[in-house]
Write a protein that binds this ligand. Sequence first.
Ligand SMILES: [Zn+2]
Length: 196
Amino acid sequence: MDFDTYAFSKQPGFVETEMRKAFKQAVPLRTVVVYCYDPRAVNIPHAVAKAMRGEVYPGQIIHDDGGRKIASTTTIFPVVVAGGRAVDALRSITVAQHLFGIRNIVVVHHTYCGATSFTPEGLIAAFNTEQGVDISALYDRSNIAIADYESSLKRDTRLFREWKGTPKNVDIYGYLFNIDTEALTLIVEDRAAFSR
Ligand SMILES: [Zn+2]
């Protein structure tokens, strides 16, 4: 079995720039939604689609005549990480921009998040005890847990804005999601400094 036959770059006549154009047409992606991997938070992209005009999620998968999945109508790409913290989503933002072009980044933290149940110090100490490994220099302390939601959302939206790998013309939003009512509250709104 030659698994290379599944790689776009191994197709006969592959041209990177043409492939990129095809990707942009295949999915009308414009909004990356970063949220927590807590299973109770699974409806966050649906809630964002309702809250933001013109967004579609999950949309429809489009098949070609041969039954292959070739596109989608969704406008939202979920990036699901612990606590919905921005640090884990940075590379995905850059790749999404390259392949599809993005207009919005939405960071969503949620009530009763596991990330509010521990401190960076507690996690580092426990890892040391249980795994015998010192990870105290591995992560920026302020990206590990959530001490309060306003600070975490402000920090994460700012991190996206200041990151070199974020496109300059995106609008960035920070929401708190109520895990029980599934209501979204806008905490940070950071519009792009110049018009598109
Ligand atoms: Zn969570």
